[in-house]
Design a protein around this ligand. Sequence first.
Ligand SMILES: *Cc1c(COP(=O)(O)O)cnc(C)c1O
Length: 466
Amino acid sequence: MKYISTRGVCAPQTFADAVLTGLAPDGGLFVPESIPHFSEDEISSWRGWSYEELAFRIMSPYMTGDVSEQKLREIIAAAYSGFRHRAIAPLVQTGHNEWVLELFHGPTLAFKDFALQFLGHLLDHLLEEREQKVVVIGATSGDTGSAAIEGCRRCKNIDIFILHPHQRISEVQRRQMTTVVGSNIHNIAVEGNFDDCQNMVKASFGDQSFLPEGRQLVAVNSINWARIMAQIVYYFWAALSVGGPQRQVSFSVPTGNFGDIFAGYLAKTMGLPIERLIIGTNANDILHRCISGNDHSKKPLVHSLSPSMDIMVSSNFERLLFDLYGRDGDAIQELMETFNRTGKFELDSTALEDAKALFSSCRVDDEQTLATIRDEYAVSEYLLDPHSAIGLAAGRQCRTSAIDPMICLATAHPAKFPDAVRQAGYPNNPPLPQHMSDLFKRDESFDIQPNDLAAVQKFIAANISV
Ligand SMILES: *Cc1c(COP(=O)(O)O)cnc(C)c1O
């Protein structure tokens, strides 16, 4: 399978190059040249398969020519062996024909483990074959950093440096990163805010001359194609579990950078009967404004109770736009140019109609988020984290059929967001799972660096393994 850019300029790449490059050289995002399609009969024949078997069947067409079947099976087995639930992604019924898909049983208790556990093992294999070593750097205000560190901790060919704003992330999230021990793992606490961290990462990708000879940076943020691909699997898994493909299902997805829900769109494109894909946003509602009122304009960032969805622009939306505009790279180039110049764009009427045929959207503010956590706990003692609460609230609000199952994605464990959960009226900090209950007693390791690009780059260069 070859990969092309949404801006249409750069030459098609192999799967391995697309994964190792991250952003395409023309500024676009990589997408597969064609989307594999399965018939309803074939999907039906997968009923009863394990999560790993499904993952292999669904992902292998995207990697033909680059990863052998045997190797892919090994990577999948390794990626999901650390999940603390036999089902990997269990469904919990919360109402009439309504389920929550729990995606938080991985090592860092958030759905990002599905992609990053897979990506870590995949990268290590690709690098082993090429006899190459790389440096992963990323900035985090929350879930991404810990999931990336857990994903890369056993990778022999990767040094990972994660920047977080010093004293500005929650203690659970910091400890999930800083208590992981490994000579290739480096946590940098920058004396600045999240934007400062992110700008340093961007600048480092732009000019990699601070790295030793022969090393390059690899991006593991949500635009990396392999992350999207790994997330397609649980849409099939969940639908098959509640009677699909004969029964159409809908999914409600708490959305930030549009990576998770874009995987749902791909599942539908691959042949899975999905009735509606529901975009749930918090107060950072650019996607909701775009789908409901053709207003794709940048507004200032709002700090919400669901921080992992606090974005001004959804980076993966460009991948959907590419399809909505008939895979016309020039059209996307033009839209993005308008956006960079004016901070907004409008979709043409066909693209907007097509988007509305696929997606519904709903904005759930902090007050509704808290009310959803409170009500759900009062009714069934099921405790939601604030992100998952947005998914459930959006699913209920946008629901059009009581007959088709509604599956709401639960993206984090409530123990990751104790403040929001307490604000909703829960009397204590929600308990961490047993295997993590000593998190607050573990030793931490991180380096504090000034808010200065040169200093941070010097630290990175000095700590890369040979
Ligand atoms: C990252 C994240 C999201 C948003 O996912 P996108 O792929 O960016 O839309 C939602 N919930 C949690 C808990 C997350 O960590």
